[in-house]
Design a protein around this ligand. Structure first.
Ligand code: ATP
Ligand code: MG
Length: 574
């Protein structure tokens, strides 16, 4: 067995052939073999605190922390907070909670790009001194015109030839707040004729009189992402700076900044394809819009693809990590089916969730031959696949609830549930037979069913093996507890919600029926002691999680995490 950690920290190279499980790991392994980056592996997860993390970020977290773990390296958490206006401490807190919940830890390495503002400023001064940056007074409009196009080179700004001394003075005056927003920028002096537009003297500092959530009013100039990011990586000793594909065209600039500022270490940018999921939008701007305009409850609405939403819905961190492994790391953009994520969740919950009985739309049945006032406690497995999860006792009595749609007065041929004169087994209990349908004389609505039970068909009884076609779940009317149950469907009807007719936006693809609330459900009494956030399989219905926000003062609210029908497994089999 190969000890991967012996590849790292400059340790002696072992010769066992090892290829990574994706192309980024392959790069890391190749680097380690030649002791690039001094044989270190150091990654970072760099969220901008301008929203809650979503499943796409989870992919990036699993990748960055996962690679560090696998190769005995380290992974930092870095808040990329260089844009003062959109950021908030609420987001900073939620991001930390979410990364921890996913099962990863940055130890003492939590950083903020804003902590580097002074050093970044000094790096910019260095570029000016070396004649590699200049203050430009062109307006934004003029800058766009001078920039050229993909087919035409750009034009040099008349301010490009300013002297070093003048640039140093102007940059300092920018810092001290003498100029209004947008009146000047600091630009890297690279190449206005470069075929790569990012290299045509990109802005690296802009004036922005705005209060920053951490540095307050100390600064009125802020570094641009393309300048701050490579240098933040370098200052933290990052070896592999993993980012998404849209930064591929920025890599020459990343490298230019590192080469020309020369901070001493040379992190390596590697791009991978961002995760897209069917029936899901992943842009923070769009998710924020859904929250702020009230289309969903909050960032942690169980329909949201945010980590906090998935958590509240009942997802486990294990299922999300498993999903992240299975989708792998791609070099070109594609869309992953949400059914795969749900499949990973079902597999995990199937192994660990206790089975219980809950009736979502109750129909009362009275067992007319069952002694009045009697209660029997029946034994039930908590999880037939995991005997070590034990058993519990279920009360059985004369009046029970079954599911409304488990009864049909006039059933079609293959209906194996309850109907007049027919028999079914009640799970963990007896076979019953429907003798009479009691209706409201006025409306004709079914009020209750009168049934008989066969005393010999109890588990362990003389006729326990008698077969009938259907088995139903049920609860004892007297013992059941009331619950509210929320059923969820995809938040968007279309596979790709971003596909919209001209002039419309993604919100026209919202699913009007993404939430169905059932307020008169009956669940078995063992759930009275359920802890918020705990997950169950409701027999025949799916997996449910006791809501952490709204279950209080004895009120039980369950979220349906996922139904039992596994469209992914089906599609793979067929
Ligand atoms: P913004 O549009 O606000 O920049 P962002 O989705 O890029 O949004 P960041 O906070 O900058 O959000 O992302 C932090 C990290 O997560 C980045 O390294 C980014 O590449 C990665 N990331 C974001 N979205 C995805 C995604 N859908 N799949 C994989 N990684 C992602
Ligand atoms: Mg980003």
């Amino acid at each position: 067995m190969l000890n991967l950690s012996s590849y790292t920290k400059g340790a002696t190279l072992i010769t066992t052939e090892y290829t990574g499980s994706n192309f980024i790991e392959d790069i890391v392994v190749e680097n380690l073999k030649i002791a690039k980056h001094d044989g270190n592996v150091h990654t970072r997860f760099p969220p901008e605190p301008n929203g809650y993390l979503h499943i796409g970020h989870a992919k990036s977290i699993c990748l960055n922390f996962g690679i560090a773990q696998k190769f005995g390296g380290l992974c930092n958490l870095r808040f990329d907070d260089t844009n003062p206006t959109k950021e908030d401490v609420e987001y900073v807190d939620s991001i930390q909670e979410d990364v921890h919940w996913l099962g990863f830890d940055w130890e003492e390495r939590k950083f903020y790009a804003s902590d580097y503002f002074e050093r970044l400023y000094q790096f910019a001064v260095k570029l000016i001194r070396d004649g590699k940056a200049y203050v430009d007074d062109l307006t934004a409009q003029e800058m766009r015109e001078y920039r050229g196009t993909l087919t035409e080179p750009g034009k040099e700004s008349p301010f490009r030839s300013r002297s070093v001394v003048e640039n140093l003075q102007l940059f300092e005056r920018m810092r001290s707040g003498e100029f209004p927003d947008g009146s000047r920028v600091l630009r890297a002096k690279i190449d206005m004729a470069s075929p790569n537009l990012n290299m045509r003297d990109p802005a690296i500092y802009r004036i922005f009189h705005a209060t920053h959530h951490r540095t307050g009013d100390t600064w009125c100039i802020y570094p641009m992402y393309d300048f701050a990011h490579p240098l933040s990586d370098a200052m933290e000793g990052i070896t592999h700076s993993i980012c998404t594909l849209e930064f591929e065209d920025h890599r020459p600039l990343y490298d230019w900044v590192i080469e020309n500022v020369n901070p001493g270490v040379r992190p390596q940018q590697i791009e991978f394809a961002r995760l897209n999921l069917t029936h899901t939008v992943m842009s923070k701007r769009k998710l924020r819009e859904l929250v702020e305009q009230g289309y969903v409850d909050e960032w942690d609405d169980p329909r949201m693809p945010t980590i906090s939403g998935l958590r509240r819905r009942g997802y486990t961190p294990e299922s999300i990590r498993d999903f992240s492994d299975r989708i792998g790391v791609a070099k070109s953009n594609s869309m992953v089916e949400i059914a795969l994520l749900e499949h990973c969740l079902r597999e995990d919950l199937n192994a660990r969730a206790p089975r219980v009985m809950a009736v979502l739309r109750p129909l009362k049945i009275v067992l007319v031959n069952y002694p009045e006032g009697e209660v029997e406690w029946l034994e039930a497995d908590n999880n037939p696949e995991q005997p070590e999860m034990g058993k519990r006792s279920l009360p059985f009595s004369r009046e029970l609830y079954i599911e409304q749609d488990d009864f049909m007065e006039d059933p079609p041929k293959k209906f194996f549930r309850l109907s007049p004169g027919q028999e079914v087994r009640l799970k963990h209990a007896y076979i019953i037979k429907c003798e009479e349908v009691v209706k409201d004389p006025q409306t004709g609505a079914i009020l209750e069913l009168h049934c008989t039970y066969d005393v010999e068909t109890k588990s362990g009884g003389p006729n326990s093996g008698r077969k009938v076609k259907g088995t139903l779940h049920w609860v004892s009317a007297e013992h059941a507890i009331d619950a509210e149950i929320r059923l969820y469907d995809h938040l968007f009807l279309k596979e790709n919600p971003d596909e919209v007719p001209e002039g419309e936006d993604f919100k026209i693809n919202l699913n009007p029926n993404s939430l169905e609330t059932l307020i008169a459900c009956k669940v078995e009494p063992s759930l009275a002691s359920a802890e918020a956030g705990s997950r169950y399989q409701f027999l025949r219905h799916g997996y449910f999680c006791l809501d952490t926000k709204e279950s209080r003062d004895g009120k039980l609210v369950f979220n349906r995490t996922v139904s039992l029908r596994d469209s992914w497994a089906k599609a793979v089999k067929s």
